[in-house]
Ligand binder design. Sequence first.
Ligand SMILES: *Cc1c(COP(=O)(O)O)cnc(C)c1O
Length: 513
Amino acid sequence: MNTYLDTRGLISNSPTFTDVIVKGIAPGGGLYVPCHIPHFTIDGIVAFAEKPYAQRAAAIYRAFEVDLGDEDVDAIMAGSYAENFDDPAIAPIRHIAEGMHVMELWHGPTSAFKDMALQCLPRCFSAAVEKQASQTGMVKDYLVLVATSGDTGKAALAGFADRAHTRIAVFYPDGGVSEIQRKQMLTQRGENVQVFAARGNFDDCQTSIKQAFNDEAFNTRLADDEGLLLSSANSINWGRLMPQVVYYVSAYAEMVASGAVASGDPIDVCVPTGNFGNILGAYYARAVGTPIGRLICASNENRVLTDFIDTGTYDIVDRPFVLTPSPSMDILVSSNVERQLFELTGRDGERIRSWMKALHDDRRFQIDSETFGKLQGLFSADSVSNAECLETIREVHDEYGYLIDPHTAVAWRVAERQKSDNPVLIVSTAHWAKFGADVYRALHGIAPGQALPDGISQLSGAQLNERVAHDTDSSIPLGLAEVDRLPLRFSGVVDGDVASVESAITEWLSSSR
Ligand SMILES: *Cc1c(COP(=O)(O)O)cnc(C)c1O
C-alpha cells in the first residue's frame, strides 16, 4: 500500500490515500505526494485504448495502490465517468489542424474541466469516510467549505450533492462571477448543499474560508453541535490531482490508436494554467511512463508562471492582479507549483520550506540553478494578452469551424507559437458557453472589457448563448441551457469577514437540522 509524504517534510506519520483526501492539506501547510510513483510500460499504456475510460481510471488508481478495495475502485470509477458525461469517450480528442489535437475536458455535468476530478473525488471521499467508520466504529460526517471564483463552486456542488456523510457550503464573491456561473450554482439540486454570496472580492472570500478552517472555537462548535468536521475540495487535495493523471495517460493511448502518434514517440502538451493542478497531472502522467516531451504552460496576462519558468524567480512583489476573459487562470499564488518543485528537487522538503517562507515573507523566491535547469528541461511557457485571446477564438472558428472558450484559446495561441516536431495535445478546459459574452465579443470584433451592443447586453447569459450557438451552428450543453428555467434555490448574501461567514454556516446547519 502506498503512503504519502508532505512537501515540507514536516509529518512523521504515514497517511494513506483515504487519509489524505479527507485531510486535504498536511499539518504545517505542506501538500501530500505519494511515496511511490508507479510505472507503466508503453505497451501497457497503449492497451488502455481498448478499455472504457472508467476502467483506465480504475487501473491507474490501483497502480497507485490506493487503500480502497478493487471492487470499490471499480464502482467509484463506473459512477464517476458514465452518463453524467455527455460524450461516451469522457475526454474526447479532436484533431483540428495538422499536429494540433484538442482534448475536450468539459463534457461533465458543469461544462468545465473541474468535473473530471470533482465527479470522482466526492465518491472517493464517501468511501474514505466509510472506511474510517468501519475501522474506528465511529462515523464522522464532513462539511466541505469552498470559496470559488466561478468554476470550482459549481463543480464541487454537483459532485457532493446528496453524497453520503458530506455537506457542502460554497461562498462566491457577490457580483464577482458571471451570470451563468451564478445561476449554475443557485439552481443546484441536493439536500446537503448551500450557496452564499459574500460581499467583497474573491481574495476576501478565500481568506475568510481559510480563517474559518483555522478557527479552533468554530471547529469545536461544529463538531459538538453538528457532529461535523471541516474539509476542503480545492486543487491542493491529492484526490483532485489523481483523476488528472488519468486523462493524460488515456489521451496518449487514444492518440496512438487513432494514428496521431506512433507508439513510443513523444507528444507535447499545452495546458491553460492557473493553480498548476492540471499541468501537474501531465507531469505525473509523464512520470508513470507516458511519452510526453514538453510540458507547455500557457498563461493569460497574469503571467507569473511564464516569468517563473523563464527566469527561475517567482515574484509577486508589485505584480498587479489583472482581470481577463479567462478568469479561472487569474492568479498570483499558484499552489501546486510547490508539488512540482518538491519533485524537481528530488523531494527536498527543507528547500521547499525555505522557498515557501520567502514567498510568504518577501513575496518572492528564487530557485537554485540545478532545479532551474530541470524546470527548463521539462517546461516551456508563454502568455497571451486579452486581445490576442479573443482574436484566437475568432481565428480558430473562421479557419476550422471550431468554437473554443477563452481559456482554451490561451492554450491554442501558445501551442501555435511553441510548436515543435511533436504532435501537440491542447487541453480544452471549458465549454465556450460558460463564457458566452466574451465569445460573442470575439466573434464580433469587440475589444475585451468593452460593453456589449444594445439589444445584446439586455439578454440573459443563456439567451446570449442561444444567439451565439445559432450564428455558429454550435450546440449548448443541457446544464447551461436550462439555467433560466430552473428555480433559484439560494439567495443569501453575507458580509465577507470570517465572523459573518461562520454565522451563515451555523445558521444554515441549525435551520436544516
Ligand atoms: C480551473 C481552470 C483552469 C486552471 O486550471 P489549474 O489546474 O488551476 O491550472 C483553466 N481553465 C478553466 C476553465 C478552469 O476552470
